[in-house]
Design a protein around this ligand. Sequence first.
Ligand code: FMN
Length: 186
Amino acid sequence: MNNPIVILGIVGSLRRDSFNRMALKAAQQLAPEGSRLDVADIDGLPGFNQDDESGPPAKVTELKQQIRNADAILFVTPEYNYSVPGVLKNAIDWASRPYGDSAWTGKSVAVMGASVGMMGTARAQYHLRQMFVFLNMHAVNQPEVMISNAAKRFDDQGNLTDETSRKLIQQLLQELVRWTKLLQSQ
Ligand SMILES: Cc1cc2nc3c(=O)[nH]c(=O)nc-3n(C[C@H](O)[C@H](O)[C@H](O)COP(=O)(O)O)c2cc1C
């Protein structure tokens, strides 16, 4: 049997009852056959300091290794003040350094997010997509998974109950796996 496509999920919220963490849990259940969705832990990373980029904290080294071991990345993020939460940007910055040793280079990537607002993290997602240009990551364009009014779309146990969102997540992961295999075959 072929090795599974390993997707590394990274959540842009540290909140205990995070809707985005719940959405990632749903994605784990919806990952296509022949793939596996692991989760990175970005809690506890110190604020990025370029003085330390050549001898980073152990947590950064671990994160970079996890990214390198993965075939693809899935960012699941809230929107903070119309952009990417600082904790996520901080993790992205750490793993991109030092220059020439970025762990992100060439990875296929997909984005999704949940927000209590109407825009479902659209603005944060487009800021992430802008970063992918410099990081040289290859993004899945569609479907776009923007879960708006998040408080209405999960039950008390943290299950994603909104069928449309579940279907979109499933399609996104299928597309991510297809895209990853296509890139790896080149
Ligand atoms: C600092 C901060 C900024 C926020 N800015 C936005 C925003 O720009 N757009 C939006 O839709 N929601 C915004 N929110 C509300 C989030 O959508 C909401 O807190 C959401 O539950 C965060 O995701 P989580 O549940 O995964 O932690 C903001 C929340 C915080 C704490």
